[in-house]
Design a protein around this ligand. Structure first.
Ligand SMILES: NC(=O)c1ccc[n+]([C@@H]2O[C@H](COP(=O)([O-])OP(=O)(O)OC[C@H]3O[C@@H](n4cnc5c(N)ncnc54)[C@H](O)[C@@H]3O)[C@@H](O)[C@H]2O)c1
Length: 432
């Protein structure tokens, strides 16, 4: 007897009219062999990758897809039909997907400016949620999402898959062993060509088959421009935050985890601008440094968009500088350079698939109703806030600032206007 037939036939639950997914939110664990229905919102790139990982699990089905680009939607539905034998229903309005009672989990793979509304609406509809990173495109949206997950008792996680990586767990273990000695500085860097090299595009009519109004959603009114659409939206403030939100949440997450930081920094010093490619089709900064001050160490962020080289021969990564040595890490490996020792560094290579492990870990939590998912929204919110504070520091002209998470205010008045976006009508900022 699977979970659904059990619910239908149980006398004790006979009067229960709540949707199945609300039932799934109770403390009762799902029986092994239950079918879990996943609905995907945003099918082009990462959301699709997430869904593939879910579908490697025997019990997972995908009966519904949503995208505002009809070509992407029908292509993806066709791929599922071919691989799994049944074509999912397709929607261009995510609210219709959320109306379905048979959907247990919603995966959100849309651009960042949509995460908050879709996440909150999914929670309200009684769904569990796997939302892509960064958690949201602003500080206030992060708070709303954390509140919604709590208020509606949903099992939720963010797509910061390194949290489930064996390589990273081993790195944390090494850091905790104390072998590096006192750690004074964590340097995090991210240098990618894609973040500054997009060609300038004239505005144009939106392509046929794209519901551009629904792509913009709560973001400010703006003429269509192909250079801000699929993937490229990352470099425009209304939809994304550049490298520090795109890569920053992944890598800052590792820095904060490594240093066991669970709060915002005492003070942040930020500087940068578009110095390398001032005429490129991007608003987010190609050159940026942020120093986060703690009581007895620093975490530093650096990005150089448009170039692909970096310290230790790595274009992205992080280093923990300890009294006894420096640990350098990225997704490809981590290694330790002992201080004063010229022997080859200890090198640890990755094993397993972080992304699949992340999705698998989340599914386990859904089945057991465990809110301590591989990357909780609280953790994702913290990492996203670090990124947003860095961006805001540069957007106000650089300098030092402190964000008070309790009062929800910066100590620099002009920074406060960046905390919460104004949603374009008819969309309303979710009040939880
Ligand atoms: N975890 C990771 O390693 C990782 C990697 C890449 C991207 N991401 C994250 O995944 C998210 C998506 O990034 P991407 O690269 O896939 O972007 P993308 O632009 O390639 O895809 C986004 C998709 O969402 C669709 N969409 C936009 N608005 C929609 C709406 N209102 N309803 C339904 N569909 C809508 C678009 O048409 C498109 O198909 C971002 O938040 C990004 O940061 C995470």
């Amino acid at each position: 007897m699977n979970r659904r037939t059990f619910i239908k036939s149980s006398a004790a639950l006979a009067a229960l009219t709540a949707p199945l997914s609300s039932v799934a939110s109770s403390s009762r664990a799902a029986a092994p062999g239950d079918t879990i229905n996943v609905g995907l919102i945003g099918c082009r790139n990462m959301g699709w990758g997430d869904l593939q990982a879910f579908l490697t699990h025997q019990e997972v089905r995908c009966p519904a897809l949503c995208d505002v680009d009809s070509q992407i939607l029908s292509d993806r539905a066709g791929e599922i039909a071919e691989k799994y034998g049944k074509r999912p229903d397709t929607y261009s309005d995510y609210r219709k997907l959320l109306d379905r009672k048979d959907i247990d989990i919603v995966v959100i793979g849309t651009p960042d400016h949509w995460h908050c509304l879709q996440f909150v609406d999914a929670c309200k509809a009684g769904k569990d949620v796997y939302v892509e990173k960064p958690l949201a495109n602003s500080i206030a949206e992060c708070d709303a999402m954390v509140a919604a997950a709590k208020r509606y008792s949903r099992v939720t996680t963010a797509g910061q898959q390194q949290r489930s990586g064996k390589l990273w767990h081993e790195m944390i273990e090494y850091l905790r062993s104390g072998k590096l000695g006192r750690i004074s500085r964590v340097h995090v860097w991210s240098n990618f060509a894609y973040a500054a090299m997009q060609p300038l595009n004239p505005d144009s009519a939106a392509p046929q088959g794209l519901d551009y109004e629904m792509w913009l959603g709560p973001a400010p009114e703006s003429p269509f421009n192909a250079g801000r659409l699929h993937g490229s939206w990352r470099m425009f403030w209304d939809y994304g935050g550049g490298l520090i939100t795109d890569w920053g949440v992944h890598l800052l997450d590792m820095a904060l985890w490594g240093m066991d930081v669970k709060t915002l920094p005492i003070r942040t010093l930020a500087g940068g601008g578009n110095f390398l490619f001032p005429d490129g089709a991007h608003q987010t900064f190609d050159t940026m440094s942020v120093v986060y001050q703690f009581k007895d160490f620093l975490i530093e962020w650096e990005n150089n968009s448009g170039v692909q080289t970096g310290p230790y021969g790595r274009n992205y990564g992080l280093s923990f500088r300890g009294a006894n040595g420096t640990l350098v890490a990225n997704r490809e490996s981590w290694e330790v350079y002992p201080e004063g020792d010229r022997t080859a560094p200890v090198k640890v290579a990755p094993s397993g698939n972080d992304h699949l492990a992340h999705v698998t870990g989340f599914l386990e939590c859904v089945k057991t109703r465990n809110p301590e998912t591989p990357c909780t929204v609280e953790n994702a919110s913290l990492c996203a806030k670090y990124s947003h504070i860095g961006n805001i520091g540069v957007r106000i002209g650089g300098g030092a600032l402190t964000y008070d998470d309790r009062k929800r205010k910066f100590d620099v008045a002009k920074a406060n206007s960046y905390i919460r976006p104004s949603y374009r009508s008819p969309w309303k900022f979710p009040e939880i």
